[in-house]
Design a protein around this ligand. Structure first.
Ligand code: FAD
Length: 440
C-alpha cells in the first residue's frame, strides 16, 4: 500500500486497544477506534465492581485520554450497526459510515443463555461495567429490602444464585460470599444474615473444569469454606421472577441470579456477513484475517483463532491483547509490502481467584500448578501486565490490594449506599442463540 492506510477498529477491548496502541507509533497508518462506550473496561475486575470492592471509575479508562498524545489515532463513541466486509466499511447507528483500507473487528462477546427459559430477561450477566453495576445495585437493594422486611429472607431475598462453575462463576461466587457473610453483617448488624446463602449451580460435576483435578477439588473446598453451597451435576431448567428451577425438579427461591453460564460472539458477528463457527464466532486464518477478506481482521472474543494444536484459543484477555498487537504488526507488514505472519500465542496459562488468599493458577503451556498465595501472586502479575499493556492506570489494583490485604471486610460507604448506584443503560442489543461454554 502507498500513502496513508486508514484503519478502522471496532471495539476498544483488550484486542482493539492493543492494535491501536501499536499502530499509534506508525505514522503511515491513520486509525479510528470506535466503541459504544467511549471507554475501555477491564473485565477481569468486574466482579469486584459487582460486589462493591471497587468503584466503576477504577476499571473504566477513557479512550480519548488514552490516545490523547497520538495524533494519528481518533477515538469515536458510537454503536456499529453493520459491516460491509468488501469495502471494507462500517455503518454506525447514527447513519454515518466509516470507510477503511483495513477493518479490525474486536467487538468481544455476549452472554449465552443456551435457550434457558427466563434466563435472558431475569438473570444478570457479568460481562460489562453496566452489568456489574446492575449486580451491585441488586445486592444492595435486596439487603435494604430484607432489613425493612426480614420475612423476605424466607422467600429468597438473601439467596444469591450463580450459574456457571467456570472462572467467572467461581470468582463471582467467592466474592459474593465475602460481601454477604463478611461485609453486610457490619452494615446490617440486626439482620438475621445467617439466613443468607450463595449457591453455585453447574451442569458439570466439578468447578473450574478447564483446570486439573487437584484444582477442581481445591476450588470446591475453598468455596465451601467461604460458605458457598455447590449444586453440581444439575442444570438450570427455568428462571422465574422469584426462583430457579433445576433439572432435578427442585427449586431455589431467589431474587438474584448471576449468569456466568456461557459466552458467544457479540451480535455484530451475526450481522457481518463473515463466516461464523463455534459460538457464533468469526473464523479467522492463522494470520488473523478473515478467509476471503484479506483486509478484514477479527480478534479476541469475537473470533475463533486457530491454536497450534488445531483447536481454537480460549476467550482470554491475554489472547485478545496479543492478537491485537500481532494484527497491528501484520497491518504494518502490509504497508511495507511484506507478508503477514501467522499469529503465535505466548501462553501464560490459566488462573482463577476464588477469594482472599485462595487462587489457582496453571502457569505456561506446561500448566505448572500453583495454589493459594503463589497463585494469587501469579494472577496479580499477569493482570497487572494486562492493565499496563492496555495503557491503563494501576489505581484499581492499588485500591483493591489495599482492601484485599490490609482491610479485609472493608467497603467504602459510598459503594454500599444504594442511593449512589449509577443508572446503567439498559441492554439494547438483541442476542442470537448459538454458542459454547465460557473458558476464560
Ligand atoms: C467477568 C469476567 C472476568 C474475566 N476474567 C479474566 C481474567 O481474569 N483473565 C483473562 O485473561 N481474561 C478474563 N476474562 C476474559 C477477557 O476479559 C476477555 O477475553 C477479553 O476482554 C476479550 O477482549 P476483546 O477485546 O475481544 O473484547 P472486549 O474486551 O469484550 O471488548 C469488546 C469491546 O467492543 C465494544 N463493542 C461491542 N459491540 C460493539 C458495537 N456494535 N459497536 C461499538 N462497540 C462495540 C464493547 O463496548 C467493548 O468495549 C474475563 C471476562 C469476564 C466477563
Amino acid at each position: 500500500m502507498t500513502g496513508t492506510t486508514e484503519v478502522v477498529i471496532v471495539g476498544a477491548g483488550f484486542a482493539g486497544v492493543a492494535c491501536a496502541r501499536r499502530l499509534a507509533a506508525e505514522p503511515r497508518a491513520r486509525v479510528t477506534i470506535v466503541d459504544r462506550n467511549g471507554y475501555h473496561q477491564f473485565q477481569p475486575l468486574l466482579y469486584q465492581i459487582a460486589t462493591a470492592e471497587l468503584a466503576p471509575r477504577d476499571i473504566r479508562f477513557d479512550l480519548g485520554e488514552m490516545f490523547a498524545r497520538h495524533a494519528n489515532v481518533q477515538t469515536r463513541t458510537g454503536e456499529v450497526d453493520s459491516i460491509d466486509p468488501h469495502g471494507p466499511a462500517v455503518t454506525l447507528t447514527d447513519g454515518s459510515t466509516l470507510a477503511a483500507d483495513v477493518l479490525v473487528l474486536g467487538a468481544g462477546a455476549q452472554p449465552n443463555f443456551f435457550h434457558t427459559p427466563g434466563a435472558d430477561q431475569l438473570t444478570l450477566p457479568l460481562y460489562s461495567l453496566d452489568d456489574a453495576q446492575r449486580v451491585r445495585g441488586r445486592i444492595l437493594e435486596l439487603f435494604r429490602d430484607a432489613a425493612a422486611k426480614p420475612e423476605l429472607i424466607d422467600e429468597g431475598a438473601l439467596t444469591f444464585v450463580v450459574v456457571g462453575g467456570g472462572a467467572t462463576g467461581v470468582e463471582t461466587a467467592g466474592a459474593l460470599a465475602e460481601i454477604v457473610h463478611d461485609v453486610m453483617p457490619h452494615v446490617y448488624p440486626h439482620l438475621a444474615i445467617a439466613g443468607a446463602k450463595v449457591i453455585l449451580v453447574d451442569l458439570g460435576h466439578t468447578v473450574l473444569s478447564a483446570f486439573s483435578e487437584e484444582s477442581h477439588a481445591y476450588a470446591a473446598r475453598q468455596l465451601q469454606h467461604r460458605g458457598v453451597q455447590l449444586r453440581l451435576g444439575v442444570s438450570v431448567k427455568q428462571v422465574t421472577a422469584d426462583g430457579v428451577t433445576l433439572g432435578d425438579g427442585s427449586t431455589i427461591p431467589t431474587r438474584l441470579v448471576v449468569w456466568g453460564g456461557g459466552l458467544m460472539a457479540a451480535p455484530l458477528a451475526g450481522r457481518s456477513g463473515l463466516p461464523q463457527g463455534r459460538g457464533g464466532r468469526i473464523e479467522v486464518n492463522p494470520d488473523l484475517t478473515v478467509p476471503g477478506f484479506p483486509r478484514v481482521y477479527a480478534l479476541g472474543d469475537i473470533a475463533n483463532i486457530p491454536a497450534a494444536d488445531g483447536e481454537t484459543l480460549p476467550q482470554l484477555g491475554s489472547v485478545a491483547q496479543q492478537a491485537g498487537d500481532w494484527a497491528a504488526g501484520n497491518i504494518i507488514a502490509g504497508i511495507e509490502g511484506e507478508q503477514r505472519q501467522p499469529f503465535r500465542y505466548k501462553d501464560k496459562g490459566i488462573m482463577a481467584m476464588i477469594g482472599r488468599k485462595a487462587a489457582v493458577a496453571e502457569i505456561g503451556p506446561h500448566r505448572h500448578e500453583l495454589k493459594g498465595r503463589l497463585a494469587f501472586a501469579a494472577w496479580l502479575g499477569v493482570h497487572a501486565q494486562l492493565l499496563a499493556n492496555a495503557g491503563a492506570e494501576m489505581r484499581a489494583f492499588a485500591t483493591w490490594l489495599d482492601d484485599f490485604y490490609v482491610r479485609p471486610a472493608h467497603r467504602s460507604a459510598e459503594l454500599l449506599d444504594p442511593a449512589t448506584i449509577d443508572q446503567p443503560r439498559i441492554r439494547t442489543e438483541e442476542r442470537a442463540h448459538d454458542g459454547t461454554e465460557h473458558t476464560g
